[in-house]
Write a protein that binds this ligand. Structure first.
Ligand SMILES: [Zn+2]
Ligand SMILES: [Zn+2]
Length: 162
């Protein structure tokens, strides 16, 4: 009687974890992908449905090419292509003085109009990369929960007489 009750409790917790971890990963991937302008629904399905976290690993590899950028002045989310922050108007990129095409700091000639570019000074502040702390928390949960579950199971079964 005691044994079957313990087993039932353990199975319930195990089931909760089995459902809880994919939900946690799904919510994380959905929010992360939509911030980066990726197909959030598709990536959430891939991350949750692929077995053994293969989907999450693929997502983490692919998302590298979609930068998660913030305005350095006000912290608003910005895209790689933005010239200015849509919230506070801070300049995020330099532009060609000839044709106003956005240019990278290390370019010497404008690829659009062929004008030589002057040394670009401090008239703009490039966006900053967002620090992703949520991912580490999720990985910690994913790693710690099974370990705790095993310890919990051993505890339960060691309490059972016989
Ligand atoms: Zn801003
Ligand atoms: Zn130009």
């Amino acid at each position: 009687m005691l044994l079957s009750l313990n087993v039932a409790v353990f199975l319930l917790i195990y089931l909760a974890v089995l459902v809880g971890i994919p939900v946690l990963i799904g919510v994380y991937v959905y929010r992360d992908a939509s911030r980066r302008g990726m197909n959030a629904v598709l990536w959430t399905l891939v991350a949750v449905l692929a077995p053994a976290f293969v989907g999450l690993i693929i997502y983490l590899l692919v998302r590298g090419s979609y930068a998660d950028l913030l305005c350095p002045a006000c912290g608003a989310p910005v895209a790689q292509s933005y010239l200015s922050c849509p919230r506070c108007g801070a300049r995020l990129k330099a532009t060609c003085p000839g044709c106003s095409t956005p240019v990278e700091p290390d370019w010497r000639v404008c690829p659009h109009c062929g004008n030589p570019l002057p040394e670009l000074g401090g008239d703009f502040t490039p966006p900053v990369r967002r620090q992703d702390k949520t991912l580490w928390k999720i990985l910690l949960v994913v790693l710690l929960v099974p370990v705790l579950l095993v310890i919990f199971a051993l505890l339960i079964f060691s309490l059972v007489p016989g």
